[in-house]
Design a protein around this ligand. Structure first.
Ligand SMILES: NC(=O)c1ccc[n+]([C@@H]2O[C@H](COP(=O)([O-])OP(=O)(O)OC[C@H]3O[C@@H](n4cnc5c(N)ncnc54)[C@H](O)[C@@H]3O)[C@@H](O)[C@H]2O)c1
Length: 337
C-alpha cells in the first residue's frame, strides 16, 4: 500500500501526538516537520527521521506531499488550510478550525473547489464512552432527549499564558477557556444532542491578571429538538478535573465523566470504560483518541471518502462558541438559522 506523505505544520505541544500517530500508522509517513522555530522542527525531524523546514509554503510546492496536518496557533488555521487546498493538499487541522464563520466557510469552499479533503480534530468523539452514548441515543434507548449539562474546571496557570506568544489573546487564540478547552465538550454536546436553536451566555476574566480572554463562561442552550442545555467552564481551577457531560432523555440518562460512560436505562446501568489498546501519548486531559481520528481520516482518504469530521461537522462547535461570545457581549440570546 502506498503511504500518504504528510507534512506536520506546527511542532509545539500537541504535535507529539500527531507525529507519533503519523509515524505509527500503515497509511501514512511523516515526511516533513514544519515550524517557524527551527529547533522545534529539527527536533521532531530527528525523532522521526524526516525532513524539516521553517516555511510551510515550501511543502505546499512539494509534489510528493499529499496532506498537511495543521497544529499551529488558531489564527493561522484558515490561512494555512486555504493555501494547502489551493496547492492540492489534503488538510487535517486541529480545533478550532478557524476564528470566524466566514473563514471556516472559505476553508470548506477551498477544499471543495480543489477536490481535497478537510478534516477537523475533535478526538474525544472517538472515545469508547462517547461512541457508546452516541449509539444509545441513535438506537432510541434514551427516548426523547430533554436535557444536557456539562461541567469543565481545568487549570491554566498564568505561566501557561505567559509562556505562549498567542494564548490568552483575542486576535490569535480567538478567546480563552471556551474556544480552546471547552470546545471539545461543546462539540460532544452538539454531536450527541443535535442542532442548537439559540444560546444565551456570559463570560468573564476573573483569575488571570494579564489575559483579556474568558477564563470562565456559562451558557443556557435551547436545541432545535426542544432539549435544554447548560454549560459551565473555567480554566482557573486547581487541577484538570475530569470533565462531566450528561444527556438526559425521557427513558434514560447517559453521563460521561472524562472517558467513562454510565448509561442508565430504567433500572439497568451500563458502564463503558476505555480499552487499554490506545495509551495516552500526550496530556491525559487531551484524551486518548487522536490516533484513532487520524487513522480514520487517512483511511477515508485512501477509500476516496469524506472524513467523518469534515469542515461542516468541525464548524458546529466553533459556531456555538462564537455565538456564546456574541451573546455575552450583546447581553441577549443568539439564534441559529
Ligand atoms: N485536540 C486537542 O486535545 C488539543 C490539545 C492541545 C492543543 N490543541 C490545538 O493544537 C493547536 C496547537 O496548539 P499547541 O498547544 O500545540 O500550541 P503551541 O504554541 O505549543 O504550538 C504551536 C506551534 O506552531 C508554530 N508556528 C507558529 N506559526 C507558525 C507558522 N507560520 N508556520 C509553522 N509553524 C508555526 C509555533 O512555533 C509552535 O511551535 C491549536 O489549534 C490548539 O488548540 C489541540
Amino acid at each position: 500500500m502506498r503511504k500518504l506523505k504528510v507534512a506536520l505544520v506546527g511542532c509545539g505541544r500537541v504535535s507529539s501526538v500527531h507525529a507519533a500517530a503519523l509515524h505509527k500508522l500503515d497509511e501514512t509517513e511523516l515526511a516533513v516537520a514544519v515550524d517557524v522555530k527551527a529547533d522545534r522542527a529539527k527536533e521532531t525531524a530527528e525523532t522521526y527521521g524526516c525532513r524539516w523546514t521553517t516555511d510551510y509554503r515550501e511543502v505546499l510546492k512539494d509534489k510528493e506531499i499529499d496532506a498537511v496536518e495543521i497544529c499551529t496557533p488558531h489564527y493561522l488555521h484558515a490561512e494555512m488550510a486555504i493555501a494547502a487546498a489551493r496547492a492540492g493538499k489534503h488538510i487535517l487541522t486541529e480545533k478550532p478550525m478557524a476564528l470566524s464563520v466566514a473563514d471556516a466557510n472559505a476553508m470548506i469552499k477551498a477544499a471543495d473547489e480543489n477536490g481535497v479533503a478537510l478534516g477537523v480534530i475533535f478526538q474525544n468523539r472517538y472515545n469508547e464512552a462517547s461512541q457508546a452514548v452516541k449509539r444509545a441515543i441513535e438506537r432510541g434507548e434514551l427516548g426523547t432527549l430533554r436535557g444536557t449539562r456539562a461541567f469543565l474546571t481545568w487549570d491554566r496557570s498564568d505561566d501557561y499564558y505567559r509562556d505562549s506568544d498567542w494564548k490568552g489573546t483575542w486576535d490569535k487564540e480567538g478567546g480563552g477557556v471556551l474556544i480552546d478547552q471547552a470546545i471539545h465538550t461543546i462539540d460532544q454536546m452538539q454531536w450527541l444532542v443535535g442542532e442548537v436553536d439559540f444560546i444565551q451566555a456570559t463570560y468573564s476574566t476573573r483569575a488571570h491578571d494579564f489575559i483579556k480572554v474568558d477564563d470562565v463562561a456559562e451558557a443556557y442552550l435551547k436545541f432545535k429538538n426542544g432539549a435544554v442545555g447548560c454549560l459551565y467552564a473555567n480554566c482557573f481551577y486547581t487541577y484538570d478535573a475530569d470533565v462531566f457531560l450528561e444527556v438526559q432523555g425521557d427513558k434514560g440518562v447517559a453521563q460521561i465523566l472524562k472517558d467513562v460512560a454510565r448509561i442508565k436505562i430504567g433500572n439497568e446501568t451500563r458502564i463503558v470504560e476505555p480499552t487499554t489498546d490506545n495509551p495516552t501519548l500526550g496530556k491525559g486531559y487531551w484524551g486518548m483518541s487522536h490516533s484513532r481520528q487520524i487513522e480514520k481520516f487517512y483511511r477515508a482518504l485512501l477509500r476516496g471518502e469524506k472524513p467523518e469530521i469534515d469542515g461542516h461537522a468541525g464548524k458546529a462547535a466553533m459556531q456555538i462558541v462564537l455565538a456564546m461570545y456574541e451573546s455575552a457581549r450583546r447581553g441577549e440570546p443568539v439564534y441559529f438559522k
